[in-house]
Design a protein around this ligand. Sequence first.
Ligand code: SF4
Ligand code: SF4
Length: 187
Amino acid sequence: MIALKKGHGELARQIQERSGINFNACLHCRTCTNACPFVAGMDYPPNALLRLVQMGMEQEALESSTIWVCVGCNTCCSFCPMAIDIPAVMDSLREKALATGVKIAEPDIVSFHDEVLKTIEKYGRTHKLEIMMRYKLKKRDFLSDMGVGLKMLKKRKLDLTPSRIKDKQALKKIFKKQIKQHKIDKQ
Ligand code: SF4
Ligand code: SF4
């Protein structure tokens, strides 16, 4: 049996407030876990992660690989009998993990997210080729996925030049707001 720490409900309250999701309605039926296509790469399956949050096990939840392995595909919530938006909970946990500076279980995934965000900040859209090149450069790993990259280029799945949105000011505002929120979270 696990002894609950004093104030164990605080993490659940914070994540609920941030994500807007009432995961206390979870029945722990494991439907989400059975449906998740990425569960094999997670240290805690999705329903167990919800349980960690409910029990206030902050370090275990924030340092889990689960929050980074989740790709937000929504498969879990489309099967959930209580319609719990697990990807939104994962988003809030990722934000909190970055803000609190805990040990990140999957630093390469964070690095990749960074590169995706950089192209969105620059163009308003992702530019896959630039993301891959910058990510590879950062990791100093130039050859491992070369075959896949070439295949994608051949099938025209990678645009050589980025496409850009017109309203750059709106984009700037969104990023400014998020950077401000991130600074508040870190305090
Ligand atoms: S499917 Fe929904 S109710 Fe069932 S364990 Fe997952 S989150 Fe909880
Ligand atoms: S959103 Fe995340 S937890 Fe849900 S099925 Fe997809 S990868 Fe799994």
